[in-house]
Ligand binder design. Structure first.
Ligand SMILES: NC(=O)c1ccc[n+]([C@@H]2O[C@H](COP(=O)([O-])OP(=O)(O)OC[C@H]3O[C@@H](n4cnc5c(N)ncnc54)[C@H](O)[C@@H]3O)[C@@H](O)[C@H]2O)c1
Length: 302
């Protein structure tokens, strides 16, 4: 028992006088019952000291001190302004979200604005994709379903038809650039110009990073993010030239917060969010801003 008390005291003294919290946690994990936790440290962000924060040693001149004080004051003022703007925009977006949630759809937008358009949904053979296909068809669009699952495509086409809509299915492997470009050409010839592209298909392996096979990681990147590039290259130019189009990125909260056993999935969703933001910016800085809409959906759970 004495031994146990001494051990606890040692741990307490380590946690009180340890030079940094990260070092404390390492020692703790090594010396207590959490010894199974590997003592590898991952720094979320490397802290780099700003040049002006370094000690100059030996004391500076009065003008140096004054300019330092001025710089710190202006930095403080900018920080306060940033904080104020952040709070203001947060309040605005929370209020907007509340109003939009409570307002019926017919008051938010023209319910017929999608009528007559062609919407392509990737990964439409099941899950969220099928749900989107039916919803889009109910709003009057012709739905083009892409998936690797031929049977699932047939089911989705049936579901759309049962809802009174029109749908055409294509088997396309989104992990292959050639397959995407080939199928895109077919759709343009057989159905016509695509107005809405919903990048919905995704895959995940649900394993610890070290346990995922290399090929599976590559495939996740091919389907979850690289396909977004090829889809945009295949359909965006026509949307820009016709001044009508909409690209939808189905993202995820794992694209904002890294999630356990989702290293490949999370990384590709982070990438999808980044890709989407850049696409938006690049469309905004064109000499004539094209009437191409960009929508990103963060879903936590369906
Ligand atoms: N379901 C959720 O809880 C949830 C949460 C957050 C985000 N999301 C996102 O919503 C989207 C749809 O999710 P879901 O739950 O419906 O997934 P799902 O697995 O049910 O459907 C994905 C579809 O993509 C298809 N697909 C996979 N690889 C393909 C490939 N190489 N080529 C063509 N098609 C391929 C599959 O056949 C399947 O029909 C995904 O982007 C996902 O990240 C889902």
């Amino acid at each position: 028992m004495n031994c146990e008390v001494r051990r606890r005291k040692q741990l307490q003294s380590v946690s009180c006088r340890g030079p940094s919290s990260t070092q404390q946690s390492v020692r703790y994990s090594q010396s207590c019952s959490f010894s199974m936790i590997p003592s590898v440290q991952v720094h979320p962000r490397k802290m780099v000291a700003a040049p002006h924060s370094q000690s100059r040693g030996g004391g500076g001149s009065t003008s140096d001190n004054t300019s330092n004080r001025n710089r710190m004051e202006s930095q403080g003022a900018r920080l306060l302004l940033d904080l104020f703007l952040f709070l203001l925009t947060s309040v605005y977006y929370v209020l907007e979200a509340c109003v939009l949630t409570l307002l019926p759809l017919r008051f938010r937008c023209d319910p017929d604005r999608l009528r007559g358009q062609v919407a392509l949904v990737t990964g439409g053979a099941g899950g969220v994709g099928r749900f989107l296909c039916v919803k889009l068809a109910q709003r009057g669009t012709t739905v083009v379903v892409w998936d690797v699952n031929a049977e699932g495509i047939k089911e989705t086409v049936k579901a759309v038809q049962a809802a009174g809509g029109k749908a055409v299915g294509y088997v396309c492997d989104l992990s292959s650039r050639a397959s995407i470009y080939e199928t895109a050409e077919k759709v343009k010839k057989e159905v016509g110009k695509v107005d809405i592209v919903v990048n919905n298909a995704a895959m995940l392996n649900c394993k610890l990073m070290l346990d995922i096979e290399d090929e599976k990681i590559e495939r996740t990147f091919d389907v979850n993010i690289l396909a977004h590039f090829w889809m945009a290259k295949a359909f965006l130019p026509e949307m820009i030239s016709s001044q009508r189009g909409h690209i939808v990125t189905v993202a995820s909260v794992t694209g904002i917060l890294g999630t356990y056993k989702c290293s490949d999935y999370s990384a590709t969703k982070f990438a999808a969010c980044g890709f989407h933001e850049v696409l938006y910016t690049e469309l905004q800085v064109r000499p004539i801003i094209p009437k191409v809409e960009i929508t990103e959906k963060y879903m936590s759970k369906v």
